[in-house]
Design a protein around this ligand. Structure first.
Ligand code: ADP
Ligand code: MG
Ligand code: MG
Length: 254
């Protein structure tokens, strides 16, 4: 059993107008096997939380902590976070010129596990995972993120998730921009990645539709840089029916 614990996290960014606080005291504990959904209006700081867990240099942690089984995640390099078992999709959002999907996956897998995967099973695992995600075989020879469509980026993200087998997956808007069929394929991939039920998942989303496939154990509503309300799956149903209006200041509702 592993635990990812976020405690009283305050995060800001430096802007031309000065320091801008974004996260304002977020506390959240995710155990192995649990699926937590973070939902909230645009601009509430959801991606900032994901990027901070990922170690994006833009985000400054002013106070608070993130630990994985008691180890200080914030002190870890981005690579070390991956080796420790954190899967952070935004880690590789950029084009990697001259690096094919095949090479990238094997290099990353080797870095994460600390040893190269056994070639025969690995090749089969990659092939099977790609087929299940309905990714054409030619995709493997393309350069990472070069000309990828939105849907291809998401499938590539879930392909990594399935192959890397992390302890904790942080998925930021994996559902955005997907049509219904792609959403189902991607959701099934997330479910397969958690086949043995031990993966902890932080599923960040603006919309409830992905939660029809991936059932959260806990739902947290994020508003203005903090968790405004927590509940079970029924909270997502309520948000679907009511939207975020009741969480927003009266002036924003007009
Ligand atoms: P969400 O993911 O919930 O839509 P974000 O974390 O992307 O929210 O953004 C939270 C707030 O922080 C917003 O007001 C956004 O404009 C600001 N913000 C986040 N990242 C940056 C950045 N790199 N530069 C400037 N402002 C940012
Ligand atoms: Mg946003
Ligand atoms: Mg976001």
């Amino acid at each position: 059993m592993s635990t990812l614990e976020i405690k009283d996290l305050h995060v800001s960014i430096d802007t031309e107008q000065g320091k801008k606080p974004i996260l304002k005291g977020v506390s959240l504990t995710i155990n192995s096997g649990e699926t937590h959904a973070i939902m909230g209006p645009n601009g509430s700081g959801k991606s900032t939380l994901a990027s901070t867990i990922a170690g994006h240099p833009r985000y400054v942690v002013d106070s608070g902590s993130i630990t994985l089984d008691g180890e200080d995640v914030l002190a870890m390099s981005v690579d070390k976070r991956a080796r420790a078992g954190l899967f952070l999709a935004m880690q590789y959002p950029v084009e990697i010129p001259g690096v094919t999907v095949t090479n990238f996956l094997r290099t990353a897998k080797t870095a994460i596990d600390g040893e190269a995967p056994k070639l025969r099973t690995w090749t089969k695992d990659v092939k099977d995972a790609m087929a299940q995600l309905r990714i054409e075989p030619e995709f493997a020879a393309r350069n990472v993120n070069e000309g990828f469509s939105g849907g291809e980026k998401k499938r590539h993200e879930i392909l990594q998730l399935e192959l890397f087998k992390p302890k904790f997956a942080i998925l930021d808007e994996t559902d955005s921009g997907l049509d219904v069929d792609a959403l189902k394929v991607v959701s099934e991939g997330v479910i397969r990645a958690n086949e043995d039920g031990t993966m902890g998942t932080l599923l960040i989303t603006h919309y409830t539709r992905i939660l029809r496939y991936i059932k959260p154990d806990f739902v947290h509503v994020f508003v203005d840089g903090n968790i405004a309300e927590q509940g079970g799956p029924e909270l997502a149903d309520r948000l679907e029916a009511e939207g975020y209006d009741r969480f927003l200041p009266a002036t924003a509702q007009a």
